[in-house]
Design a protein around this ligand. Structure first.
Ligand code: UD1
Length: 430
């Protein structure tokens, strides 16, 4: 199993190219199940989760062709991938595949809409809380589907003639359930109005792509989305939006180590709340042509309290990284997690680097220390693992992060991007 070795202490200086968003690429890829034409996606990141979903879609009958594996001048790989599902080969998504990645459960929406039925294993994914699927069941039931849980699987069946548009308001905001409703309702008969929809930029990206395929969706990015069903969707060409979580992660890394880095190919407006928190912590962040410039001052980190919330609030996917930054603040800060239970697994690993963190319910109290010291640590989930990298970059001496397969799920060529900016980071393959 690969490990990552970091020798901390160097400031980061240079350019870091930001990849296409994993959390946009996954639902966009799944949308290819809705049409027999080719959906072409540009700026698809090369990540373990994307490769995993390619395998899963292949199982459903999607033909996949990849091109554009050329290295760009700025050092990023931009892949263009063509997805064609002439006919759905299988409406079952088996446990062996779905258990590895929670988002693959979302195939339930397009399979049900296009084929009238789906049998999908209950999901797995990151071990952050129980992550139920009740909202998916309620939403699809509102569209007329019969939903039944049997032996670890959900059997979903559309009424004769297909799903039927309806009004449905989510009792809780869910990104995944919003994606699934957009896809399912696009091919339903009549109009669907979703209340309390997720407003994340990735939802807007999916709606834009579906509209390019012929769907009639309005209001994405607000909490009420209206979808007028159409009888079929066509192919389209769509560019995956930049990864705001990767953007925020590197911005926090620079705030932590000090230095001057331009994050290219990204957009500051995707993460206003996080940028505001990074600024309050003392880093200078500004929009520049084609990206964002971050100037960090290393030791002069100020304590900032944050609370995770659905978009446009502070993203839960940046919570661990921000806590990493706060471990070296000049004072006490609080980080409150409201989206997922059990998303504090990084706390005990950060403590191994010398961080002083105490937990009380869903709030962590972080007493900043003047220095962290390198140590062996273990990645526990995708975002937690990168907070250890941020800690390691600022720690004195060597940090060895094990179980980096978590990182590979969501960060494209992390060690290369950091090394180019002066960090000492290397992958060790055992
Ligand atoms: C997506 C992101 C993930 C991010 C999360 C919240 C992808 C691939 N993943 O995950 O990185 O951390 O949004 O921004 O885009 N819930 C229920 N019942 C349901 C569904 C969800 O109670 O049926 C709960 C979850 O347990 C959680 C909350 O709703 O507490 C939000 O989850 P959700 O927005 O659905 O997260 P994902 O879409 O899985």
């Amino acid at each position: 199993m690969d490990r990552i070795r970091i020798v901390g202490g160097n400031a980061l200086n240079g350019i870091i190219p930001i990849s296409g968003a994993k959390n946009a690429a996954l639902p966009l890829m799944i949308a290819s199940l809705l049409t027999s034409d080719t959906l072409t996606l540009e700026n698809v990141p090369h990540l373990a989760d994307v490769e995993g979903l390619i395998r899963i879609l292949g199982n459903h009958g999607v033909d996949i062709a990849v091109n554009g594996r050329r290295e760009h001048q700025d050092g990023s790989y931009s892949r263009t991938v063509h997805f064609t599902c002439r006919t759905v080969a299988d409406t079952t998504a088996p446990y062996e595949l779905v258990s590895k990645m929670r988002a693959s459960f979302w195939v339930i929406g397009p399979l049900l809409a296009r084929e009238g039925q789906a049998r999908v294993s209950l999901p797995g994914g990151c071990a952050i809380g129980t992550r139920p699927v009740d909202l998916f069941i309620e939403g699809l039931t509102a569209l007329g589907a019969e939903m039944e849980i049997d032996g670890g699987y959900i059997n979903a069946k559309a009424p004769k003639g297909g799903l039927i548009g309806a009004r449905y308001t989510f009792p809780k905001v869910s990104v995944g359930a919003t994606h699934v409703m957009l896809m399912a309702a696009s091919l339903a008969r009549g109009t669907t109005v979703i209340g309390n929809a997720a407003r994340e930029p990735e939802v807007v990206d999916l709606a834009n792509c579906l509209n390019a395929m012929g769907a009639k969706i309005s209001g994405a990015g607000t909490s009420t989305i209206t979808i007028e069903g159409v009888t079929s969707l066509s192919g389209a060409r769509h560019r995956v939006l930049p990864d705001r979580i990767e953007t925020g992660t590197y911005a926090m890394a620079v705030a932590m180590t000090g230095g001057d880095v331009t994050l290219s190919g990204t957009d500051i407006s995707l993460l206003d709340t996080a940028i505001e928190a990074i600024r309050r912590a003392g880093a200078e962040v500004s929009a520049v042509e084609g990206g964002i410039r971050v100037i960090g001052h290393g030791d002069a980190i100020r304590p900032v309290d944050i609370v995770t919330e659905p978009f446009p609030g502070f993203p839960t996917d940046l919570q661990a990284q921000f806590m990493g930054l706060m471990t070296r603040a000049n004072g006490i800060s609080h980080v409150t997690e409201t989206i997922f239970e059990n998303r504090f697994m990084h706390v005990q690993e950060l403590a191994r680097l010398g961080a002083k963190i105490t937990l009380s319910g869903q709030t962590a109290r972080i007493e900043g220390v003047t220095r962290l010291r390198g140590a062996p640590v273990m990645a526990t989930d995708l975002r937690a693992s990168v907070s250890l990298v941020i800690g390691g970059l600022a720690a004195e001496g060597e940090t060895m992060v094990s179980r980096v397969y978590h990182l590979d799920r969501g960060f494209e060529r992390l060690e290369e991007k950091l090394t180019r900016c002066g960090a000492i980071v290397e992958r060790i393959s055992d």
